[in-house]
Design a protein around this ligand. Structure first.
Ligand code: HEM
Length: 513
């Protein structure tokens, strides 16, 4: 009897222990031991492609979700589209915040627009409402500006093809400034562009490895005269630049009659009440944040996608030739492509735009999200404030989604055998992020990329640069390291592809001068 009782107690206790361990997981997602000293951090940062290394952890630790602890902060990486969808979409309420980077606390509220915090109150929604109204439902509104910019780009490429990178930068930057503020900027020495450049240069320093306060937040309590505290002056400069970004371009819209219809003018026109009215002030602040946010989020990303496009065209001449044939069959080389006649009617070009975005993700690790509350995912515990990245690079190489050989650049993966869009293969949406924070400008970005790519391909051949001794220069494929990953500048040869193309280019010149 006593034996029976002991057995029953043992079985009962076993069940309880089993239930407890099953139902209250406390394991962090697996990963290498925490990195807590600067030497190891530097070693980690010297890895050429961190997104590949982070994906390797999924195989090594046999888990979709992996993690590492850095300076007592948990970093979690989602290496499959299922995990990204489960957390960023299905549990979006908890995973839509952005992490707060320590130096931004020293800058104060003037930079809140950069990593807009997520809230369920109206503030965050009011920002997204303007983005949605201006970019999702009004892509048609932006097309005339985009086509004019693409034509001007062709002219600039004809004049000085060796400066293609500057031309792309100017095309993207000036188009976004015209869309947002209705202002035209000069190709060189423009004062508004100088403000933007200054802001982004300071931002690079603020987020760079030498800004120790980001890794050691306690440094912010040190007196400013101590060596190693240059982050104080960086924070001051960032604050000045952020205020200029918010105020100066908008003041032009309010005072300069030469500005044209833009997001700023439309929202300003719709503002009710006087400047003293709290609602008016609130709406004005939202507008300022949105406008600065569009430039910050849209300019560098779109430029980078175009740089990777040029890179791909140099690397894969056969694909370039197929794209040119597809365009020529439609336009007969008698006109330049445009939205009205050709958008949606050139499946190979749509496939090419998709493949550029898939194969060369502009933000391979996406933008960081942050867990607002602690959570449990599968058997893993996700602490409050953990910083979470979805590994877009890995997600965009999932063979069950994008078909076989995803490590090969192959636009045809998006097409059927008869050359039309294969609807079984989705667009590479992970390039634009996930859930409530998904890129607010993705539709406009796709259209702008399309018109720039199709216009360039209709007129130019892009090939390897020829050095003075006649040898061909292969682009190295090396790239920057940061959230946005650019190819390092590389030379290439850009030449008109035929006499018809030369005539089309000459006709643009005649119109726009
Ligand atoms: C090739 C071009 C672009 C790429 C690859 C890209 C990609 C992204 C990504 C990955 C995010 C973060 C999503 C997340 O947190 O999960 C993002 C956010 C954002 N993007 Fe884009 N983007 C591009 C162009 C643009 C353009 C042209 C605009 C504006 C017209 C824009 C506006 C925004 C804004 C406002 C956000 C912040 C959304 C938020 O935090 O709520 N982007 N983008």
């Amino acid at each position: 009897m006593i034996q029976l009782l002991f057995s029953a107690v043992a079985i009962f206790s076993g069940i309880i222990i089993w239930r407890v361990t099953q139902s209250s997981p406390v394991l962090l997602p697996p990963g290498p031991p925490g990195i807590s000293y600067i030497g190891t951090i530097l070693k980690f940062l010297s890895i050429e492609k961190p997104w590949v290394e982070l994906f390797e952890w999924t195989k090594k630790y046999d888990s979709d979700v992996v993690s590492i602890s850095l300076f007592r902060r948990q970093f979690i990486i989602l290496n499959t589209s299922k995990a990204a969808d489960d957390l960023f979409v299905k549990r979006g309420l908890n995973y839509s915040a952005r992490p707060r980077i320590p130096i931004l606390d020293l800058v104060g509220h003037s930079i809140d627009w950069l990593f807009l915090s997520y809230s369920t109150d109206r503030v965050w929604r009011d920002h997204r409402k303007i983005y949605h109204r201006e970019f999702d439902s009004q892509t048609l509104l932006h097309r005339p500006g985009e086509i004019a910019s693409a034509r001007k780009l062709l002219r600039n490429l004809l004049e000085s093809p060796e400066n293609y990178l500057n031309h792309l930068r100017y095309t993207v930057g000036s188009t976004i400034l015209r869309t947002t503020f209705g202002i035209s900027v000069k190709p060189v020495n423009d004062p508004i562009v100088a403000i933007l450049v200054r802001f982004f240069n300071t931002l690079d320093i603020a987020f760079g490895i030498k800004t120790l306060v980001n890794a050691f937040p306690f440094l912010r309590y040190l007196p400013k005269w101590l060596p190693g505290t240059s982050f104080y002056s960086t924070a001051n400069e960032l604050k000045r630049s952020a205020i200029n970004m918010l105020e100066v371009p908008l003041s032009l819209v309010q005072t300069d009659a030469s500005t044209t219809s833009s997001i700023a003018s439309r929202v300003l026109d719709s503002l009710e009440g006087t400047i003293e009215d709290p609602d008016h002030l609130y709406n004005l602040q939202i507008l300022k944040n949105v406008l600065a946010g569009v430039y910050a989020a849209g300019a560098d990303t779109t430029l980078t996608a175009m740089q990777w496009f040029i890179f791909a065209m140099v690397k894969y001449p056969d694909i370039q030739a197929k794209a040119q044939t597809a365009i020529e069959q439609r336009t007969e080389a008698k006109r330049l492509p445009d939205f009205e006649s050709d958008f949606g009617a050139l499946p190979y070009i749509d496939a090419l735009v998709n493949e550029v975005l898939r194969f060369f993700p502009v933000l391979p690790l996406g933008m960081p999200h942050c867990a607002m509350e602690e959570d449990v995912y599968g058997k893993y515990f996700i602490p409050k404030n953990a910083i979470i990245f979805s590994n877009s690079w890995a997600l965009l190489r999932e063979e069950q989604v994008f078909g076989p050989n995803t490590d090969i650049f192959y636009p045809e993966r998006f097409l059927n055998d008869n050359g039309i869009r294969n609807l079984d293969i989705p667009d590479p949406d992970a390039a634009f992020g996930y859930g409530r924070r998904i890129c607010a400008g993705q539709n406009v970005a796709r259209e702008f990329l399309w018109i720039m790519m199709v216009s360039i391909l209709s007129c130019f051949n892009i090939s390897k640069a020829v050095s003075k001794d006649g040898t061909l220069t292969e682009p190295s494929g090396k790239h920057t390291l940061g959230l946005v990953v650019h190819p390092l500048p590389f030379p290439c040869k850009i030449t008109p592809r035929s006499t018809q193309a030369e005539q089309l280019l000459a006709a643009i010149e005649a119109h726009s001068t």
